[in-house]
Design a protein. Sequence first.
Length: 203
Amino acid sequence: MEKFSKLAGIVACIELSNIDTDMIIPKQFLKTIKRSGLGKGLFYEMRFDENEKLIPEFILNKSPYNESKILVALDNFGCGSSREHAPWALTDFGIKVILAKSFADIFYNNCFKNGILPIKLLGEEIEKIINFSKNKFLELEINLKKQTIKGSEINLSFEIDEYKKKCLLNGWDDIDLTLKKENLISEFEIKNNESWLEPRRNE
């Protein structure tokens, strides 16, 4: 997983609450276990019409929002099923930060495991960002170390769990964290194998 320290980019706002994981990546894209290529399916039913042509009005189909790294939404982002393909699709599309009033717990934790920084903000802070983005292209700088969000007339701070912050800053996913215990795991396996062999030696 890539390290995350700070990021600057254009904000894309989707003014919806309860964006569930089926909206983020529909079920027909769940056949693969590969993380690459899922960006095409991101918000598929919102981005494409029945003829699989891009819907020009949808924000992520417009330039420069089609290259946005920062997504803004309202309440309960990532609710629904616990499919890990949802953060995979967001990452593959290029989304690295999600700002919302609240997140579904499982999705929130999955984001950190896949290099995405989900930030919970107050309702008035989200509304402020949305309102500014309506008048012009809004570029924000997200600084994880300082826990700040800065842009034109935007100056906010955010809270984050220290352990999750450390994992993102160092690029540690579950596999990396497991490998850090490789010596202890090896010692356990050796002792465990010896305990299985011990009765046979006494026979």
